[in-house]
Design a binder for this molecule. Structure first.
Ligand code: SF4
Length: 242
């Protein structure tokens, strides 16, 4: 049976609370909508820095727009902390301000790494390479920056395999000597809450995961090329490929 990563995270948080500590967490984020719930949930328990490293977003304009939205969301959350104004949020006064660390944009690195896997369906081997690339970079940055933990927002997506992500994250943590925080953020209505928060703050919610291949897949599905396979848009309130 697969471990319940959501419960593992709850246990870790409980331990921290019993010890009265708020450790430093480097949170890899793919975009503002996915981080909206994760930040709302974790900012009470950790001193968070968002790590924006997404070379898989192969169009620069898209990359920049997602980054701008991430910064806008963080600024809004930090304003709430300054004003102690948490109306419409599931947050208490223990919430802390959030920082951001931007890694250089490097789509060529991603395109080189996934060469030969261009036609893999979303969720397949190309995605495993993509996850490892981003989580390894996060682990390395967390180790260099003296963080206590690192993790990723990616487990909030109903289209991404939480077990695979947690295994890759754990391996990356072991390689760089920093603890990986287990998660399955879609649980406990996390995905649903991310949609509510995205609406609340008018966040840009892209309809494809990030790479040019996922965009093509999305376009082909829109044109009717989806031959009966279950995709993201078949999920209630979902956007495909996120
Ligand atoms: S579909 Fe998403 S996770 Fe998979 S390779 Fe493309 S950007 Fe990465």
């Amino acid at each position: 049976m697969n471990p319940n990563y959501s419960k593992l995270l709850e246990k870790e948080i409980q331990k921290l609370q019993e010890n009265g500590v708020k450790p430093k967490l480097l949170l890899h984020s793919c975009c503002a909508p996915c981080s909206s719930y994760v930040l709302e949930y974790l900012r009470e328990f950790f001193r968070i820095t968002v790590f924006y490293y997404n070379p898989n977003i192969t169009e620069e304009r898209e990359y920049e727009y997602r980054l701008l939205e991430e910064k806008r969301l963080i600024a809004e959350y930090n304003r709430q902390v300054e004003m102690q104004d948490f109306s419409c949020m599931n947050t208490t006064a223990g919430a802390m301000k959030i920082g951001i660390l931007e890694a250089p944009y490097d789509p060529e690195r991603f395109l080189t790494a996934v060469r030969g896997y261009e036609d893999c369906p979303e969720g397949g081997d190309r995605c495993a390479i993509c996850f490892a690339m981003r989580l390894e970079a996060a682990a390395k940055a967390a180790s260099k920056g003296g963080f206590d933990f690192f993790t990723t927002t990616l487990t909030i997506s109903p289209l991404k395999n939480a077990e695979r992500l947690n295994e890759i994250g754990k391996r990356a943590g072991e390689k760089y000597g920093v603890a990986f925080l287990p998660s399955d953020f879609k649980k406990k209505n996390g995905y649903k809450r991310s949609i509510e928060l995205s609406r609340q703050f008018g966040l840009y919610r892209q309809d494809f995961c990030g790479c040019t291949f996922s965009k093509k897949q999305r376009q082909s599905d829109t044109l009717g090329g989806n031959s009966g396979k279950i995709s993201g848009s078949d999920l209630p309130g979902s956007r495909k490929g996120v």
